[in-house]
Design a protein around this ligand. Structure first.
Ligand SMILES: Nc1ncnc2c1ncn2[C@@H]1O[C@H](COP(=O)(O)OP(=O)(O)OP(=O)(O)O)[C@@H](O)[C@H]1O
Ligand SMILES: [Mg+2]
Length: 457
């Protein structure tokens, strides 16, 4: 068993370990040298048994094995490697006239074969491709395992620190009857969280009723929320119960609550204070026990300042605030979400796309995602529907994403700028990237938030 050969210093190592197995020492050495020169870590073995021992001992990404060797041949080694090291990719080296056996080896799971005598270019190409496949496969497997772990109890994907914290808070508050206000940009998962909070609550066996305050004009919204008596208004030919009554003992999800008209806000406030509703056109006070989860992507605090949202209602709703982070602030979740949606839309469309090319994955990871998870989901769905190849490349991504605003905006400061101006530019750009959140911007810049206020004046 030879000592591993390493690339000369200075070359960038592709970070892969290759095992060369051949009973011709000359060939073994030559091949090993070629691969090491190209930055791979190489181990060599003179026969199948030795090769198998190495496979047992260390992580090998790719085996290049001669087909015909005394005792254990290439195909036997391939079969054994499937057991001792299932993630290892396999390429067969064949002599002249043994192509059929090589093809047979591929049926057994070899990735490809190289025919002797082989050219440097061909060999390196096959090696590179085999390793890419190996990388993708193990990466996918790893992701799936992590996904399964996380999905055991939820369908909210995310392992970034900020997402874990948000999940922990939501879980912790789910079990009370306290009103929860979910805030966050469009597409960050407010509805997903509303459902999860209901599922985690002790009201899970009752229903969660959803109503969007943006979809309906004032009277219709009130009729939906509180119900009405026969004759309450033109067209009210029968009595109808509203969503509050339907949600009794359960959860009412008030979506886009910032869109509610001032008159409806007053009525909602009364229900929250007294836990009774009155149907439109009715006088009977009907007690309701409803847990409210409200959501908005509007800045209610500013609306309160501007007088468009009632302050008292705001405090009633904002008993517990769960703020959902924008996707650009949890870039590490992009990979997980991408794989999750890939599987989802593979299944939905009867496809079997394996993953994204490294380049495409980089684009996804660096994009700013103004539409957050919804935008990512749409991009992946589109790629799956259009996809013809095994893997999704950059060309299958929406143009807005492929050429879009990157997460890491840069500030271009020409020489000649005063330090004062440069500072202002950096502060402004950072604030833009945090969506105006001065606390976060201050943290990023490493200064106190009151310094930001001062400098902005
Ligand atoms: N953490 C997550 N894991 C898996 N899917 C998610 C996650 N967050 C959001 N999604 C998906 O993204 C899409 C948008 O989520 P959702 O509708 O909950 O966003 P929202 O915050 O309510 O947006 P809007 O303010 O526009 O109504 C949905 O298809 C949802 O399933
Ligand atoms: Mg929503």
């Amino acid at each position: 068993m030879a000592e591993p050969t390493r690339a000369a210093e200075g070359t960038t190592a592709p970070d892969a370990t290759i095992l060369v197995v051949d009973d011709e020492p000359e060939l073994c050495r030559a091949l090993g040298k070629l691969l090491a020169r190209n930055g791979y870590e190489v181990h060599t073995a003179g026969n199948g048994d030795e090769g198998l021992a190495i496979l047992r001992e260390r992580e090998i990404h790719l085996v290049l094995s001669d087909l015909q060797m005394p005792r254990m041949g290439g195909v036997e080694l391939l079969k054994a490697s499937r057991v001792v090291s299932p993630h290892t990719e396999f390429v067969i080296i064949t002599g002249h006239g043994t192509i059929e056996v090589a093809v047979d080896a591929m049926k057994q799971g070899a990735y490809d074969f190289i025919e002797k005598p082989f050219s440097t270019t061909t060999t390196l190409n096959v090696v590179r491709k085999a390793l890419e496949k190996q990388h993708l496969r193990t990466e996918n497997q790893r992701l799936r395992e992590r996904l399964q772990e996380m999905q055991a109890d939820q369908d909210i994907i995310g392992s970034s620190t900020i997402m874990r914290q948000t999940l922990a808070t939501a879980r912790q508050v789910a079990d009370s009857s306290a009103t929860i206000l979910l805030t966050g940009e469009s597409g960050t998962g407010k509805e997903v969280f509303a459902s999860a909070i209901h599922r985690w609550s002790d009201r899970a066996d009752r229903s969660m009723v959803r109503i969007s305050c943006a979809a309906l004009p004032e009277t219709l919204l009130e009729a939906e929320l509180f119900g009405y008596e026969k004759g309450a208004f033109t067209g009210a030919t029968t009595r109808r119960t509203g969503r509050f009554e339907a949600a009794h003992d359960g959860t009412l999800f008030l979506d886009e609550v910032g869109e509610m008209s001032p008159a409806t806000q007053v009525k909602l406030l009364r229900v929250l204070q007294e836990n009774v509703i009155e149907r439109l056109g009715g006088h009977e006070a009907i007690p309701v026990d409803v847990r409210i989860v409200a959501a908005t992507n509007a800045d209610l605090e500013t609306m309160v300042e501007e007088g468009t949202f009632r302050e008292d209602l705001f405090y009633r709703l904002n008993v517990i605030n769960v703020e959902l982070p924008a996707l650009r602030h949890r870039g590490e979740d992009v990979v997980l979400l991408t794989d999750f949606f890939l599987q989802k839309y593979n299944a939905k469309n009867g496809k079997n796309l394996q993953g994204f090319t490294r380049e495409a994955m980089e684009v996804l990871a660096n994009y700013a995602w103004p539409g957050n998870v919804r935008e990512l989901e749409n991009a992946v769905e589109r790629a799956v529907v259009l996809g013809r190849e095994d893997t999704v490349g950059v060309e299958a991504l929406p143009r807005s994403v492929a050429s879009g605003r990157q997460r890491f905006d840069a500030v271009n400061i020409p020489v000649g700028t005063t330090l004062r101006d440069a500072e202002m530019q950096l502060i402004t750009a950072t604030l833009e990237s945090t969506g105006g959140d001065k606390e976060t911007a201050a943290n990023i810049l490493g200064i106190a938030s009151r310094t930001i206020y001062r400098k902005l004046q």
